[in-house]
Ligand binder design. Structure first.
Ligand code: TXA
Ligand code: MG
Length: 331
């Protein structure tokens, strides 16, 4: 199949709508990462998403909406607390898990009785969803286990020939996927993101649990699988031990492996005469750059050494992705 790349305008939105309503799948930008969308209510179309990505069928998708009213089409038992979150933090880089209505096909939710719902902030994403006139089921638009795509070129890299259309919008501003918040019981963050526990706690006036709380069995199927893996080996140092990182770099180079160190700008001074890929000056910038950095480095080098020791909640969300990207291979 030919994969068209179209800038977002009235004509391409019309084409996207036509494809979606005919049961096809379309890639589109959001402020977090690019998504691969289908009509939520069209089981056959949703199945195409799993096929194109090679995604395990027990990993549920997020339903994307353009307005709060549509959430009621998909979810029931929307508590007062959930309504507060919807009113104060949506649209935004946040996904909430609610009890699902039977109208949502089981293939979308991987047979769970809950549904994940997100209202993106990106005007491009909202224009696409509104044009289609149906909620859009969408995971990130990468091949399963690969870094999420933050540019339309990265979508093309992974899905060329497998989907009919990529809506080419801006590069993603946030760069890591939305925070996933379970609101079906005690509010629990299943996947950390740029919307922080602190922000959520402010809205709710109570503590939220996080996916790492040991006293609670957390149910986010997606956390089980290999994620964000570049095509070359990678290792991670979470202590910013520049000596240790330098030693590994030298060892790799003396074995004939071309290595690169991925770290914040301010650490590059410790690695003179070494190949460094800067993640920018702040932890928020690192969120924006991480996935595109992994995709760029895999093209130029043989081994990626990631070094990151976050101090902010946003930074810990980046670290969460880094740990997965190296398959827990710590230095
Ligand atoms: O920023 C984002 O969230 C992007 C853009 C495209 O919106 N989407 C995205 O989708 O990252 P995906 O499929 O790559 O990640 C969805 C995550 C997975 O970890 C999945 O297991 C979890 O959400 N999830 C989906 N439905 C769920 C449910 N009912 N209960 C618990 N976790 C759920
Ligand atoms: Mg994904």
């Amino acid at each position: 199949m030919e994969t068209k790349i179209e800038k977002i305008n009235a004509e391409s939105l019309n084409l996207a709508k036509k494809l979606i309503l005919e049961g096809e799948i379309v890639a589109f930008p959001t402020e977090t990462v690019y998504g691969l969308g289908a009509n939520v209510f069209d089981e056959k179309a949703v199945k195409k998403i799993f096929e194109a990505k090679g995604r395990p069928s027990d990993n549920p998708l997020i339903a994307h909406v353009a307005d709060a009213k549509t959430i009621e089409l998909l979810a029931c038992e929307i508590s007062k607390k959930a309504k507060k979150i919807i009113n104060k933090l949506m649209p935004g880089s946040l996904t909430i898990v609610l009890k699902k209505k039977t109208s949502v096909p089981d293939i979308v939710t991987a047979n769970l009785d809950t549904v994940a719902i997100r209202m993106p902030l990106s005007t491009e994403a909202r224009a696409f969803i509104s044009a289609c006139g149906v909620p859009i089921a969408a995971p990130s638009a990468n091949l399963s286990s690969r870094p999420s795509p933050t540019t339309y070129q990265a979508v093309f890299e992974d899905l060329n020939g497998k989907i009919p259309l990529i809506l080419a919008g801006h590069d993603c501003e946030v760069g890591i996927e939305s925070t996933v918040l379970d609101m079906t019981a005690e509010p629990t963050i299943l996947r950390p993101g740029i919307v922080t526990a602190e922000q959520i706690e402010k809205v709710l006036g109570e503590k939220v649990l996080t996916f790492s709380d040991k006293n609670r069995k957390v149910n986010s199927p997606g956390m089980r699988y290999r994620h964000y893996a570049p095509s070359i080996p990678a290792a991670l140092d979470t202590t910013c031990d520049v000596k240790k990182v330098s030693e590994l770099y030298d060892k790799l180079m003396s074995n004939g492996q071309k290595a690169v160190i991925l770290c914040l700008e301010q650490y590059s001074k410790f690695f003179e005469n070494k190949e460094v890929y800067s993640l920018g000056k702040t932890e928020k910038e690192a969120a924006n750059k991480l996935f595109s950095a992994l995709r760029e480095c895999e093209k130029k080098y043989d081994y990626i050494i990631e070094m990151f020791c976050p101090k902010t909640e946003e930074g810990f969300s980046v670290l969460n992705r880094m740990i997965k990207s190296v398959g827990e291979n710590f230095i």
